[in-house]
Design a protein around this ligand. Sequence first.
Ligand code: SAM
Ligand code: SF4
Length: 335
Amino acid sequence: MLRLPLLESRSAVYEQWPVRPDDFNEIPLLRDARGRRYTYLRLSVTDRCDLACVYCMPPSGEDEHAVRRDLLTFEEASRLVSVFALAGIRRVRFTGGEPLARKDIVRLVELVHRRTEVEQLVMTTNATRLPELARPLRNAGLFGVNVSIDTLDEDRFRELTRGGDLRRVLAGIHAALDVGLEVKLNTVPLRGSNDAELRKIVDWAWSLGATPRFIELMPLGEGAKLPAEMRMTADDVVDALGAQVCREAPTGVEGHGPARYLAAGDGSGRRVGFITPISNEFCDTCNRVRVTARGDVRACLASRRAISLRDIMRAGGSDLDLAWAMVWSLSGKDR
Ligand code: SAM
Ligand code: SF4
Protein backbone atom coordinates (compact mmCIF):
# COMPACT_ATOMS: atom_id res chain seq x y z
CA MET A 1 0.00 0.00 0.00
CA LEU A 2 1.16 3.49 -0.82
CA ARG A 3 1.74 5.58 2.29
CA LEU A 4 2.46 9.26 1.94
CA PRO A 5 3.45 11.72 4.61
CA LEU A 6 0.58 14.18 4.98
CA LEU A 7 2.20 17.16 3.31
CA GLU A 8 3.22 15.10 0.35
CA SER A 9 -0.28 13.71 0.05
CA ARG A 10 -1.68 17.22 0.10
CA SER A 11 0.50 18.30 -2.81
CA ALA A 12 -0.30 15.05 -4.61
CA VAL A 13 -3.97 16.00 -4.38
CA TYR A 14 -3.30 19.45 -5.75
CA GLU A 15 -1.38 18.04 -8.69
CA GLN A 16 -4.00 15.52 -9.68
CA TRP A 17 -7.15 17.28 -8.69
CA PRO A 18 -8.87 20.07 -10.59
CA VAL A 19 -9.42 22.26 -7.55
CA ARG A 20 -7.50 25.14 -6.06
CA PRO A 21 -5.71 24.68 -2.73
CA ASP A 22 -8.08 27.29 -1.26
CA ASP A 23 -10.90 24.81 -1.76
CA PHE A 24 -9.30 22.67 0.87
CA ASN A 25 -9.85 25.06 3.70
CA GLU A 26 -13.08 23.25 4.27
CA ILE A 27 -14.09 19.63 3.88
CA PRO A 28 -14.49 19.00 0.12
CA LEU A 29 -17.32 16.96 -1.36
CA LEU A 30 -16.11 13.60 -2.58
CA ARG A 31 -15.83 13.64 -6.36
CA ASP A 32 -13.49 11.82 -8.69
CA ALA A 33 -11.67 13.01 -11.78
CA ARG A 34 -14.65 11.92 -13.93
CA GLY A 35 -16.95 14.12 -11.89
CA ARG A 36 -18.75 11.26 -10.14
CA ARG A 37 -20.09 12.16 -6.69
CA TYR A 38 -19.66 9.70 -3.83
CA THR A 39 -22.60 9.29 -1.46
CA TYR A 40 -22.29 5.73 -0.22
CA LEU A 41 -19.69 4.27 2.15
CA ARG A 42 -19.06 0.58 2.72
CA LEU A 43 -17.39 0.28 6.10
CA SER A 44 -15.90 -3.08 6.95
CA VAL A 45 -15.75 -3.67 10.70
CA THR A 46 -13.94 -7.01 10.74
CA ASP A 47 -12.36 -9.50 8.35
CA ARG A 48 -13.49 -12.44 10.46
CA CYS A 49 -16.57 -14.57 10.02
CA ASP A 50 -18.36 -17.38 11.85
CA LEU A 51 -19.05 -19.07 8.50
CA ALA A 52 -16.69 -19.96 5.68
CA CYS A 53 -18.66 -19.79 2.43
CA VAL A 54 -16.90 -21.75 -0.29
CA TYR A 55 -16.56 -18.70 -2.58
CA CYS A 56 -15.42 -16.30 0.12
CA MET A 57 -13.39 -17.69 3.05
CA PRO A 58 -10.69 -20.33 3.26
CA PRO A 59 -11.79 -23.52 5.06
CA SER A 60 -10.20 -22.39 8.33
CA GLY A 61 -12.31 -19.20 8.29
CA GLU A 62 -9.23 -17.56 9.78
CA ASP A 63 -8.08 -14.12 8.90
CA GLU A 64 -4.33 -13.73 9.10
CA HIS A 65 -4.60 -9.98 9.69
CA ALA A 66 -7.12 -9.99 12.49
CA VAL A 67 -4.95 -8.41 15.16
CA ARG A 68 -7.20 -6.29 17.33
CA ARG A 69 -4.93 -3.23 17.61
CA ASP A 70 -4.89 -3.06 13.81
CA LEU A 71 -8.64 -2.58 13.63
CA LEU A 72 -10.25 0.84 13.73
CA THR A 73 -11.57 1.49 17.22
CA PHE A 74 -15.22 2.53 17.50
CA GLU A 75 -14.08 6.06 18.27
CA GLU A 76 -11.96 6.11 15.09
CA ALA A 77 -14.66 4.51 12.94
CA SER A 78 -17.35 6.95 14.06
CA ARG A 79 -15.00 9.90 13.59
CA LEU A 80 -14.27 8.75 10.05
CA VAL A 81 -17.97 8.40 9.26
CA SER A 82 -18.62 11.92 10.54
CA VAL A 83 -15.92 13.31 8.20
CA PHE A 84 -17.30 11.23 5.32
CA ALA A 85 -20.76 12.63 6.07
CA LEU A 86 -19.42 16.19 5.86
CA ALA A 87 -17.85 15.19 2.52
CA GLY A 88 -21.22 14.10 1.11
CA ILE A 89 -21.71 10.51 2.21
CA ARG A 90 -25.43 9.89 2.88
CA ARG A 91 -25.63 6.17 3.39
CA VAL A 92 -23.31 3.80 5.28
CA ARG A 93 -23.25 0.04 4.98
CA PHE A 94 -21.55 -1.95 7.73
CA THR A 95 -19.97 -5.06 6.27
CA GLY A 96 -17.09 -7.48 6.77
CA GLY A 97 -16.23 -10.36 7.05
CA GLU A 98 -19.29 -10.77 9.20
CA PRO A 99 -20.15 -7.45 10.88
CA LEU A 100 -22.12 -9.14 13.66
CA ALA A 101 -18.96 -11.04 14.60
CA ARG A 102 -17.39 -7.74 15.73
CA LYS A 103 -17.70 -7.49 19.52
CA ASP A 104 -20.20 -4.82 20.64
CA ILE A 105 -21.27 -4.02 17.07
CA VAL A 106 -24.54 -2.58 18.39
CA ARG A 107 -22.56 0.06 20.28
CA LEU A 108 -20.75 1.05 17.07
CA VAL A 109 -24.03 1.41 15.16
CA GLU A 110 -25.44 3.50 17.98
CA LEU A 111 -22.33 5.71 18.11
CA VAL A 112 -22.35 6.32 14.36
CA HIS A 113 -26.08 7.02 14.42
CA ARG A 114 -25.72 9.52 17.26
CA ARG A 115 -22.54 11.25 16.10
CA THR A 116 -23.01 11.65 12.37
CA GLU A 117 -25.31 13.26 9.84
CA VAL A 118 -25.67 10.12 7.74
CA GLU A 119 -29.23 9.55 6.48
CA GLN A 120 -29.31 5.78 6.43
CA LEU A 121 -27.36 3.03 8.20
CA VAL A 122 -27.64 -0.47 6.75
CA MET A 123 -25.73 -3.73 7.09
CA THR A 124 -24.87 -6.79 5.01
CA THR A 125 -24.88 -9.87 7.22
CA ASN A 126 -25.16 -13.65 7.25
CA ALA A 127 -27.85 -13.21 9.96
CA THR A 128 -26.60 -15.95 12.30
CA ARG A 129 -26.61 -13.51 15.23
CA LEU A 130 -29.70 -11.57 14.18
CA PRO A 131 -32.07 -13.58 16.39
CA GLU A 132 -30.54 -11.77 19.42
CA LEU A 133 -29.33 -8.60 17.75
CA ALA A 134 -32.11 -7.50 15.39
CA ARG A 135 -33.99 -5.51 18.04
CA PRO A 136 -30.93 -3.85 19.64
CA LEU A 137 -29.65 -2.94 16.16
CA ARG A 138 -32.99 -1.43 15.19
CA ASN A 139 -33.04 0.53 18.44
CA ALA A 140 -29.47 1.69 17.77
CA GLY A 141 -30.57 3.28 14.47
CA LEU A 142 -30.05 0.59 11.83
CA PHE A 143 -32.51 0.93 8.94
CA GLY A 144 -32.12 -2.35 7.09
CA VAL A 145 -30.17 -5.54 6.45
CA ASN A 146 -29.12 -7.39 3.32
CA VAL A 147 -28.99 -11.03 4.33
CA SER A 148 -26.92 -13.52 2.36
CA ILE A 149 -28.66 -16.84 1.90
CA ASP A 150 -27.75 -19.15 -0.95
CA THR A 151 -30.05 -22.11 -0.31
CA LEU A 152 -33.14 -23.19 1.61
CA ASP A 153 -31.81 -26.72 2.03
CA GLU A 154 -30.18 -27.39 5.40
CA ASP A 155 -27.61 -29.88 4.11
CA ARG A 156 -26.62 -27.71 1.17
CA PHE A 157 -26.37 -24.70 3.46
CA ARG A 158 -24.01 -26.63 5.76
CA GLU A 159 -21.94 -27.61 2.73
CA LEU A 160 -21.79 -24.13 1.15
CA THR A 161 -21.00 -22.36 4.42
CA ARG A 162 -18.76 -25.16 5.72
CA GLY A 163 -20.80 -25.94 8.80
CA GLY A 164 -23.47 -23.21 9.11
CA ASP A 165 -26.94 -23.81 10.54
CA LEU A 166 -29.68 -22.63 8.18
CA ARG A 167 -32.21 -22.52 11.02
CA ARG A 168 -30.27 -19.69 12.71
CA VAL A 169 -30.29 -17.67 9.51
CA LEU A 170 -34.03 -18.17 8.98
CA ALA A 171 -34.69 -17.17 12.60
CA GLY A 172 -32.49 -14.10 12.06
CA ILE A 173 -34.44 -13.05 8.96
CA HIS A 174 -37.74 -13.38 10.81
CA ALA A 175 -36.38 -11.43 13.76
CA ALA A 176 -35.30 -8.62 11.41
CA LEU A 177 -38.72 -8.51 9.76
CA ASP A 178 -40.47 -8.60 13.13
CA VAL A 179 -38.66 -5.49 14.40
CA GLY A 180 -39.30 -3.57 11.18
CA LEU A 181 -35.85 -3.66 9.57
CA GLU A 182 -35.94 -3.45 5.77
CA VAL A 183 -34.80 -6.85 4.50
CA LYS A 184 -33.21 -7.71 1.15
CA LEU A 185 -31.94 -11.21 0.44
CA ASN A 186 -28.75 -11.89 -1.52
CA THR A 187 -28.06 -15.19 -3.25
CA VAL A 188 -25.00 -16.23 -5.23
CA PRO A 189 -26.29 -18.62 -7.94
CA LEU A 190 -24.01 -21.62 -8.43
CA ARG A 191 -24.52 -24.06 -11.28
CA GLY A 192 -24.61 -27.62 -10.03
CA SER A 193 -25.34 -26.52 -6.46
CA ASN A 194 -28.31 -24.20 -5.80
CA ASP A 195 -29.38 -23.58 -9.42
CA ALA A 196 -32.44 -25.83 -9.19
CA GLU A 197 -33.65 -23.82 -6.18
CA LEU A 198 -33.63 -20.31 -7.61
CA ARG A 199 -37.36 -20.15 -8.36
CA LYS A 200 -38.12 -21.46 -4.88
CA ILE A 201 -35.87 -18.82 -3.32
CA VAL A 202 -37.67 -16.06 -5.22
CA ASP A 203 -41.12 -17.31 -4.14
CA TRP A 204 -39.97 -17.69 -0.56
CA ALA A 205 -38.47 -14.17 -0.47
CA TRP A 206 -41.64 -12.68 -1.95
CA SER A 207 -43.76 -14.58 0.56
CA LEU A 208 -41.86 -12.73 3.31
CA GLY A 209 -42.36 -9.38 1.59
CA ALA A 210 -38.60 -9.21 0.91
CA THR A 211 -36.79 -8.58 -2.38
CA PRO A 212 -34.55 -11.41 -3.64
CA ARG A 213 -31.34 -10.43 -5.43
CA PHE A 214 -28.79 -12.53 -7.28
CA ILE A 215 -25.08 -11.71 -7.25
CA GLU A 216 -22.85 -13.10 -9.99
CA LEU A 217 -20.00 -15.16 -8.58
CA MET A 218 -16.77 -13.19 -8.77
CA PRO A 219 -13.66 -15.26 -9.48
CA LEU A 220 -11.66 -13.52 -6.76
CA GLY A 221 -9.91 -15.15 -3.80
CA GLU A 222 -11.73 -18.34 -2.84
CA GLY A 223 -14.23 -17.70 -5.65
CA ALA A 224 -11.42 -18.18 -8.18
CA LYS A 225 -10.84 -21.69 -6.86
CA LEU A 226 -14.33 -22.91 -7.78
CA PRO A 227 -14.80 -24.56 -11.19
CA ALA A 228 -15.63 -21.95 -13.87
CA GLU A 229 -18.69 -24.04 -14.87
CA MET A 230 -20.33 -23.06 -11.57
CA ARG A 231 -20.51 -19.39 -12.56
CA MET A 232 -23.91 -18.11 -13.66
CA THR A 233 -24.59 -14.74 -15.25
CA ALA A 234 -27.72 -12.70 -14.61
CA ASP A 235 -29.04 -13.92 -17.99
CA ASP A 236 -28.58 -17.53 -16.85
CA VAL A 237 -30.59 -16.74 -13.73
CA VAL A 238 -33.34 -14.98 -15.71
CA ASP A 239 -33.55 -18.09 -17.93
CA ALA A 240 -33.84 -20.29 -14.84
CA LEU A 241 -36.61 -18.08 -13.40
CA GLY A 242 -38.63 -18.28 -16.63
CA ALA A 243 -42.09 -16.70 -16.36
CA GLN A 244 -41.44 -15.64 -12.76
CA VAL A 245 -39.85 -12.43 -14.05
CA CYS A 246 -40.77 -10.20 -16.95
CA ARG A 247 -37.76 -9.68 -19.22
CA GLU A 248 -39.49 -6.74 -20.87
CA ALA A 249 -39.98 -4.88 -17.62
CA PRO A 250 -36.60 -3.83 -16.31
CA THR A 251 -37.20 -1.36 -13.53
CA GLY A 252 -33.66 -0.02 -14.04
CA VAL A 253 -31.17 0.99 -11.38
CA GLU A 254 -33.11 1.95 -8.29
CA GLY A 255 -32.23 3.35 -4.97
CA HIS A 256 -28.56 3.32 -4.26
CA GLY A 257 -27.26 0.88 -6.93
CA PRO A 258 -25.61 -1.27 -8.14
CA ALA A 259 -28.54 -3.73 -8.39
CA ARG A 260 -30.81 -3.67 -11.42
CA TYR A 261 -34.32 -5.01 -11.08
CA LEU A 262 -36.84 -6.95 -13.17
CA ALA A 263 -40.55 -6.93 -12.38
CA ALA A 264 -42.41 -10.10 -11.50
CA GLY A 265 -44.04 -11.85 -14.44
CA ASP A 266 -47.45 -11.82 -12.74
CA GLY A 267 -47.73 -8.04 -12.71
CA SER A 268 -47.84 -8.00 -8.91
CA GLY A 269 -45.24 -5.25 -8.70
CA ARG A 270 -42.75 -7.47 -6.87
CA ARG A 271 -39.16 -7.44 -8.08
CA VAL A 272 -36.02 -9.50 -8.46
CA GLY A 273 -32.62 -7.80 -8.28
CA PHE A 274 -29.43 -8.62 -10.17
CA ILE A 275 -25.94 -7.53 -9.21
CA THR A 276 -23.73 -8.07 -12.21
CA PRO A 277 -20.06 -7.39 -11.57
CA ILE A 278 -19.13 -9.85 -14.34
CA SER A 279 -21.63 -9.53 -17.21
CA ASN A 280 -22.41 -5.85 -16.88
CA GLU A 281 -19.91 -3.73 -15.01
CA PHE A 282 -21.54 -0.90 -13.12
CA CYS A 283 -18.43 1.27 -12.78
CA ASP A 284 -19.93 4.20 -14.71
CA THR A 285 -22.59 4.82 -12.12
CA CYS A 286 -20.39 4.02 -9.13
CA ASN A 287 -21.16 6.15 -6.09
CA ARG A 288 -19.41 4.19 -3.37
CA VAL A 289 -16.18 4.21 -1.50
CA ARG A 290 -14.77 1.49 0.75
CA VAL A 291 -12.97 1.53 4.07
CA THR A 292 -11.41 -1.68 5.34
CA ALA A 293 -11.57 -2.89 8.93
CA ARG A 294 -8.02 -1.57 9.38
CA GLY A 295 -8.99 1.85 8.08
CA ASP A 296 -7.60 1.82 4.54
CA VAL A 297 -9.71 3.89 2.19
CA ARG A 298 -10.03 2.43 -1.27
CA ALA A 299 -12.11 3.81 -4.12
CA CYS A 300 -13.02 0.30 -5.28
CA LEU A 301 -11.92 -3.31 -5.30
CA ALA A 302 -10.07 -2.71 -8.58
CA SER A 303 -8.33 0.43 -7.37
CA ARG A 304 -4.62 0.19 -6.70
CA ARG A 305 -4.54 3.27 -4.53
CA ALA A 306 -5.19 2.82 -0.81
CA ILE A 307 -4.27 5.09 2.05
CA SER A 308 -4.45 4.41 5.77
CA LEU A 309 -6.93 6.77 7.42
CA ARG A 310 -6.15 4.99 10.69
CA ASP A 311 -2.49 5.98 10.47
CA ILE A 312 -3.44 9.58 9.76
CA MET A 313 -5.67 9.64 12.84
CA ARG A 314 -3.08 7.94 15.04
CA ALA A 315 -0.46 10.45 13.84
CA GLY A 316 -2.71 13.27 15.06
CA GLY A 317 -4.13 14.25 11.65
CA SER A 318 -7.03 16.70 11.48
CA ASP A 319 -10.46 16.10 9.93
CA LEU A 320 -9.25 18.14 6.96
CA ASP A 321 -6.25 15.84 6.57
CA LEU A 322 -8.63 12.88 6.54
CA ALA A 323 -10.80 14.53 3.90
CA TRP A 324 -7.75 15.21 1.70
CA ALA A 325 -6.73 11.61 1.98
CA MET A 326 -10.22 10.48 0.96
CA VAL A 327 -10.19 12.77 -2.07
CA TRP A 328 -6.70 11.62 -2.93
CA SER A 329 -7.70 7.97 -2.91
CA LEU A 330 -10.57 8.78 -5.33
CA SER A 331 -8.31 10.76 -7.61
CA GLY A 332 -6.39 7.55 -8.35
CA LYS A 333 -9.50 5.76 -9.53
CA ASP A 334 -8.84 4.49 -13.03
CA ARG A 335 -12.28 3.09 -13.94
N1 SAM B 1 -20.79 -11.71 5.93
C1 SAM B 1 -21.72 -10.85 5.32
C2 SAM B 1 -22.59 -11.58 4.33
O1 SAM B 1 -22.25 -12.71 3.97
O2 SAM B 1 -23.58 -11.01 3.91
C3 SAM B 1 -21.12 -9.61 4.70
C4 SAM B 1 -19.85 -9.75 3.92
S1 SAM B 1 -19.96 -10.72 2.46
C5 SAM B 1 -18.31 -10.65 1.87
C6 SAM B 1 -20.88 -9.65 1.40
C7 SAM B 1 -21.49 -10.30 0.19
O3 SAM B 1 -20.47 -10.69 -0.69
C8 SAM B 1 -22.33 -11.54 0.45
O4 SAM B 1 -23.62 -11.36 -0.10
C9 SAM B 1 -21.60 -12.64 -0.28
O5 SAM B 1 -22.49 -13.59 -0.82
C10 SAM B 1 -20.87 -11.87 -1.34
N2 SAM B 1 -19.67 -12.56 -1.83
C11 SAM B 1 -18.61 -13.00 -1.15
N3 SAM B 1 -17.70 -13.56 -1.97
C12 SAM B 1 -18.22 -13.46 -3.23
C13 SAM B 1 -17.78 -13.86 -4.53
N4 SAM B 1 -16.60 -14.47 -4.71
N5 SAM B 1 -18.57 -13.58 -5.58
C14 SAM B 1 -19.77 -12.96 -5.42
N6 SAM B 1 -20.24 -12.56 -4.21
C15 SAM B 1 -19.48 -12.82 -3.14
FE1 SF4 C 1 -18.74 -14.99 5.90
FE2 SF4 C 1 -20.22 -13.43 4.38
FE3 SF4 C 1 -17.95 -14.46 3.41
FE4 SF4 C 1 -19.99 -16.08 3.85
S1 SF4 C 1 -19.92 -14.39 2.37
S2 SF4 C 1 -17.87 -16.43 4.49
S3 SF4 C 1 -20.94 -15.17 5.61
S4 SF4 C 1 -18.11 -13.02 5.06
